[in-house]
Design a protein around this ligand. Structure first.
Ligand code: AMP
Length: 606
């Protein structure tokens, strides 16, 4: 998604050129700028693909550059970076690390501003991670880290433009997209540096500081820049949708995650009558949570379009199945992450998206960009690891429980094998265990192509069976499909139950059809247990040996997961990057869910 470095990199491409183009007004100027952006994206893609030709050498050079860059920091002096001459020396001298090795220093830097403890460049943003495996971590971002990520992001845009050829058939370029991003709750550290999610933090800062950023947002996306700064999530999505609806020629939707798109579409479903009225009369809905100056500025951008309103009304009254391509007939693709914890929301989104393609373009973390998807056609998205974005190492899956296992380099992965990712970044993390486990499914030149499998800390693991999130979701959907009625899952999460004997899993689930689900709960529970046995041989063996008890499926009442999300947001999790935790260990959160059992299930309360 767009962020500060997006604009930095455009500026780097030639400030003068950009300002000349910006001075030319009207559509010609816009077209030229879009053209420049496309060229920049193509150049980045080309450069990244070229890197994969000699990924080993690119990685070695990157490591030496990082050590050189950081050698005079306190961390670099302590670890004698200036004496390290090659990769093997680095590996033998520096241990594998986790967030605990940096947490105290980062906290101190955030409060004092003394960044040279860890990095030689100023920290531009403290990125909040999504906290799916526990507390929210703060990961420092520097310009170098942003530039590397931006190059990868632009490369995904280039893949999308190239692949979804229909884009060029959209009448009257420039082709705009609907960007479902907001910058909610950008805070600041005691040393005055912004803190927020990787995407929203950078964007907010850029929009506030640079007119260029606002100009580019206006050209690329249907939303006026003010909308990206609205702190209230629902109001922000409403406004994105309103300006999107006014633009019938939209050719793509872009968001970080499938969950963001689903949330927006659900707001569309809830408020479509109000949205149609706003389109008809050119008046912004009074019920939105906006400050007065934002409201006035947006109101000035809004123009009544009674014909479009009538058209939209007739489309909405015909129902929401396949609604997106009906309201935007030129919509070619939806770019958002659909893998990992987003799979459930992606499945729900297909109902609204009809035949529109999805493109899960990037695999990225606050710590570093990891890969780009070069093959949008592939059923299960897979990502080519980008050698310029971090120095990568991989721990074979069978060793991930060891504290200091041996690692493999980027160029040594075997197809069909699973590994945990380790990164050394330009922004002060060294041999850092990311906690993501991937599968190598191919090679692009010297770089591996990987599928995301699971987060290490979300594995269900009572007695060594290691059942991943992916398997749990597949078992749950298989079970619900086998019930003979269509039951939609809103969300789910799991916990280990260590007080029952034998130990077993508890799966909390919410469905849009709670009464139908309740009537079939026992059957669904049995089916899910069976599905788990067939998907995981280790689970089956332990079940058969009586070491794991049958799983317990608990149905939650309507709104339970939305309430859980609100509670986690109030504890510091970020909205725009929110991912539902799939394994809950905190007893207060478990009690929170137990208090929200579907009324007929209340007697099941622990
Ligand atoms: P954050 O901690 O908020 O920076 O989120 C980064 C994490 O999101 C990664 O470590 C992955 O676990 C997950 N993630 C990012 N991109 C993808 C993807 N394309 N597919 C699956 N999971 C992803």
């Amino acid at each position: 998604m767009p962020n500060k470095v997006f604009f930095d990199s455009i500026a780097a491409a030639g400030d003068n050129l950009v300002s000349i183009v910006l001075r030319s007004t009207g559509e010609t100027g816009e077209k030229s700028l879009l053209f420049m952006l496309e060229i920049a994206a193509k150049i980045n893609l080309k450069r990244i693909l070229k890197d994969t030709d000699s990924a080993g050498a690119v990685q070695e050079k990157l490591l030496l550059d990082i050590l050189q860059l950081q050698k005079d920091t306190d961390y670099g002096s302590r670890h004698d970076f200036s004496a390290i001459r090659n990769v093997s020396e680095f590996l033998s001298r520096h241990p594998l690390t986790s967030y605990d090795d940096y947490g105290a220093a980062i906290k101190d830097i955030a409060s004092t501003g003394n960044f040279t403890q860890l990095v030689s460049e100023p920290i531009t943003l403290y990125q909040e991670t999504s906290g799916t495996t526990g507390r929210v971590k703060l990961i420092p971002r520097t310009n170098s880290l942003s530039i590397a990520a931006m190059q990868s992001f632009q490369a995904t845009e280039s893949v999308a433009q190239k692949y979804f050829q229909k884009l060029s058939q959209v009448p009257q370029a420039p082709q705009r997209g609907l960007a479902l991003v907001n910058t909610s709750a950008i805070k600041s550290t005691p040393s005055g540096v912004p803190r927020g999610t990787g995407t929203s933090g950078g964007l907010s800062d850029a929009l506030k500081k640079f007119k260029l950023a606002s100009d580019l947002v206006s050209i690329k996306y249907s939303s006026p820049p003010e909308i990206f700064l609205i702190p209230d999530n629902e109001s922000a999505y409403y406004c994105h949708l309103l300006f999107g609806l006014l633009d019938k020629k939209l050719s793509y939707i872009a968001a970080n995650f499938a969950a963001n798109v689903l949330e927006a579409v659900q707001i569309l479903e809830k408020y479509w009558q109000q949205l149609v009225a706003d389109v008809r009369w050119g008046q912004l809905y009074k019920g939105l949570n906006l400050d007065e100056s934002t409201r006035q500025r947006l109101q000035r951008c809004l123009q009544a379009d009674p014909n479009r309103a009538t058209e939209l009304e007739s489309l909405f009254t015909r129902g929401f199945a396949g609604i997106l391509p009906r309201i935007w007939p030129h919509l070619c693709y939806i770019q958002c992450i659909t893998t990992g914890s987003m799979r459930l929301y992606y499945e729900s989104l297909k109902y609204y998206a009809g035949a529109v393609d999805f493109y899960s373009g990037g695999y990225a973390a606050s710590e570093a960009w990891i890969g780009i998807n070069l093959d949008p056609d592939r059923e299960l998205p897979a990502y080519v690891v980008t050698p310029h974005s971090a120095v990568f190492e991989f721990i074979p899956e069978q060793d991930i429980d060891q504290p200091q296992p041996d690692t493999l380099s980027l160029t040594s992965l075997k197809i069909g094998e699973n590994y945990e990712i380790v990164v050394t970044t330009v922004a002060g993390l060294y041999r850092y265990r990311l906690g993501d486990v991937i599968k190598c499914v191919g090679h692009y030149n010297q770089s591996p192509i990987i599928e995301f499998l699971y987060r290490r800390k979300t594995l269900l693991n009572l007695v060594g069976e290691k059942v991943s999130e992916n398997i749990v979701l597949t078992a749950l959907t298989t079970a619900t499909k086998n019930l003979g009625v269509e039951l939609q899952i809103v969300d789910y999460t799991c916990r280990h139950h260590f007080t029952d004997s034998p130990w077993r899993y508890v799966i909390y689930v919410e469905s849009t059809d709670a009464s139908q689900f309740a009537a079939r709960l026992e059957e669904c529970q049995r089916q899910m247990d069976q599905a788990l046995c067939s998907l995981s041989s280790r689970y089956r063996e332990l079940r058969e040996a009586g070491r794991i008890g049958s799983l317990h499926l608990k149905l939650l009442g309507q709104g339970a997961f939305s309430a859980l999300k609100s509670r986690l947001l109030s504890q510091g999790h970020s909205d725009s990057q929110f991912k539902m935790p799939r394994l809950i260990t905190d007893s207060s959160l478990i009690n929170f869910l137990e208090d929200r059992l579907y009324p007929e299930q209340a007697h099941e309360k622990d």
